[in-house]
Design a binder for this molecule. Structure first.
Ligand SMILES: *[C@@H]1O[C@H](CO)[C@@H](O)[C@H](O)[C@H]1NC(C)=O
Ligand SMILES: *[C@@H]1O[C@H](CO)[C@@H](O)[C@H](O)[C@H]1NC(C)=O
Length: 330
């Protein structure tokens, strides 16, 4: 199995280990589509800066605010098919090697957006090389790995639906290797009212969450500039993961509140001691909504006794909270 799971996310919140405090936002400008991972004493952070792929690291979440970004990949004029619209980098460890998935395409026409993969080393601080483009049909963005019953899948945002509306939906393919999937299948379309706010209906930004032997995909619904951009959940309920009928959609589970708008495009990460599940997400303080300059934020999430995630509410700017359990005290 080349994808490592997020770990069997322990549900216990009891921890004797104190953490450093932090407040949101962790990044107030280039914070869209944030991804955070803990590795060997450091948090690693990346997000959409539209320009290149950069990673920063610090021993505490709070420390990420002032950490200097290191550019790990920059486009080159030699490769016009991945020069522009550089979006949604995600850190994943697979087969013991760190990878970064991101979306990029040509400059004139984003219809050729595709998922690109960088391969690094055993630490996210090692150098990354361009590894390849996932063969999902263009247009495909926000690609992320998913593992069910030991089989690897690739989930991404696509233009496809079974309503004839040409909706920005979620698609899935079964991997034979990191860069190769089989036939594309429609997983979910923005059919609910909460997924259709703003300029166009959208499903995007999927991310896997494994809890008590239950498998979920969080995703973002509605147009990202709309203040009511929100998170929904798909739960795998058995059967062929490539079939829409094997998944149940619920939502919204995380929406504008506490002075934060356009809240979404999340990812999950685990506390250093392995006991807590956290979520990175972006938001805007602008009540009119924004998908331009965005805050990157982090919050702990909870679970019902049966393993169903409780994403809660966006945290107001500047509120001081304890960081993830096991984080060194700065
Ligand atoms: C975190 O903040 C609380 C409340 O302000 C404070 O009592 C506590 O000492 C702080 N913890 C650390 C590790 O700084
Ligand atoms: C976990 O879930 C999978 C698929 O949903 C199922 O096949 C398996 O039996 C479950 N295992 C346990 C221990 O419940």
């Amino acid at each position: 199995m080349f994808f490592s799971r997020l770990g069997s996310l322990a549900l216990s919140s009891a921890s004797a280990v104190l953490a450093a405090n932090y407040s949101n936002p962790l990044e107030p400008k280039n914070g869209g589509d944030p991804s955070i991972a803990w590795h060997d004493g450091y948090w690693y952070f990346t997000a959409t800066n539209y320009r290149d792929i950069s990673v920063r690291r610090a021993t505490t979440l709070e420390g990420l605010k002032t950490a200097l970004p290191k550019t790990v990949w920059a486009h080159s004029a030699e490769y016009p098919s991945r020069q522009c619209n550089i979006w949604a980098p995600e850190l994943h460890i697979m087969d013991g090697q760190w990878h970064i998935y991101f979306s990029a395409g040509g400059c004139d026409d984003d219809s050729i957006q595709q998922s690109q993969v960088l391969r690094g080393g055993q630490s996210p601080w090692d150098n990354f090389d361009f590894y390849g483009t996932v063969n999902a049909p263009a247009w495909s963005i926000d690609g992320t790995p998913l593992t069910i019953n030991g089989q690897n899948y690739f989930v991404y945002s696509c233009f496809r639906d079974d309503t004839g509306e040409n909706l920005q939906s979620l698609c899935i393919g079964q991997n034979s290797d990191i860069l190769t999937i089989g036939e594309e299948h429609l997983l979910a379309s923005p059919t609910e009212a909460w997924e259709r706010n703003g300029q166009m209906p959208v499903n995007e930004g999927p991310f896997a969450l494994y809890s008590k032997n239950r498998t979920f995909l969080s995703y973002s619904g509605s147009f990202c500039w709309d203040p009511s951009y929100s998170l929904g959940l798909l739960e795998y309920i058995g059967g062929d993961p490539l079939q829409q009928s094997s998944w149940v959609k619920t939502g919204p589970h995380f929406s504008q509140a506490n002075g934060m708008y356009s809240t979404g495009h999340n990812s999950f990460f685990t506390s250093p001691d392995g006991t807590e599940t956290w979520m990175a997400y972006h938001s805007s303080p602008n009540p009119a909504g924004s998908c331009g300059d965005r805050y990157a934020n982090a919050k702990k999430i909870d679970f019902e006794a049966d393993g169903f995630p409780i994403l809660g509410e966006p945290i107001a700017e500047g509120v001081v909270l304890p960081g993830p359990a096991g984080e060194p005290q700065a």
